[in-house]
Design a protein around this ligand. Structure first.
Ligand code: PEP
Length: 249
């Protein structure tokens, strides 16, 4: 792990019901989370208030998306202002499912990040290559282009965590090896040093996502430039998620 506070996010995606989420929150409340880890969970929008009202564990809440600007006539969208209004502190932006299933571009994602930060939401900004891009030797190019779109749009990196999530590892059970993840994390940090500032590069937390689970988290957490995790599937199981949160200690 790097020098910043270890950071673990649970992305619940489009999963859960009132009952299953009550059970998951109960399990999280019963788990022991170490003090030196920053933990967030990202429920579907409609369950954010339920989770916020029932969580007693030291866990912050994130949304999984937010609208690119001020609210208004944008059917089906949720604005950054509304998220702040219900006590949400973070938002995940640029998740590969939004980029590649919904079709959100680098530029649109960058604008969303800028607007969310302006509204005092903190941002988990995701980057990552598809399998064919990795096989074509384009991993760094793809990640740097996505990073540049964030860098071009945001005024400051103080409230951004970068999530490196290779698309081929998300939800597939095919985790990147610690060496594969470390290589890209180090390259991202180097890009930040050259294109933002060396200070930001040193400070920014770069977390890994893609089939992280209770069994593989400890080896990944030992890598020098892995500052935490973004967890999908395994974040739906309270005890396993707690194991991942505590993996650095
Ligand atoms: C994710 O969606 O951010 C993710 C990493 O999913 P999973 O852990 O299920 O691969």
């Amino acid at each position: 792990a790097g020098t910043g506070k270890f950071f673990v996010g649970g992305n619940w995606k489009c999963n859960g019901s009132k009952d299953s989420i009550a059970k998951l929150v109960g399990d999280l409340n019963a788990a022991k989370l170490e003090d030196d880890v920053e933990v967030i969970v990202a429920p579907p929008f409609i369950y954010i208030s339920q989770v916020k009202d029932s969580l007693t564990a030291p866990i912050q809440i994130s949304a999984q998306n937010s609208w690119v600007g001020k609210g208004g006539a944008f059917t089906g969208e949720i604005s950054a202002e509304q998220l702040k209004d219900i006590g949400c502190e973070w938002v995940i932006l640029g998740h590969s499912e939004r980029r590649h299933i919904i079709g959100e571009s680098n530029e649109f994602t960058g604008k969303k990040a800028a607007y969310a930060l302006e509204q005092n939401l903190k941002v988990i900004g995701c980057v990552g290559e598809k399998l064919e891009e990795r096989e074509a030797g384009k991993t760094f190019d793809v990640c740097f282009e996505q990073l540049k779109a964030f860098a071009d749009a945001v005024p400051s990196w103080d409230n951004i965590v970068i999530a490196y999530e290779p698309v081929w590892a998300i939800g597939t059970g095919k985790v990147a090896t610690p060496q594969q993840a470390q290589e890209v994390h180090a390259a991202i940090r180097d890009w930040m040093a050259k294109n933002v500032t060396p200070e930001v590069a040193k400070k920014v937390r770069i977390i890994y996502g893609g089939s992280v689970n209770g069994a593989n988290c400890a080896e990944l957490a030992k890598q020098e430039d892995i500052d935490g995790f973004l967890v999908g599937g395994a974040s739906l199981k309270g005890a396993e998620f707690a194991t991942i949160c505590n993996s650095v200690t």
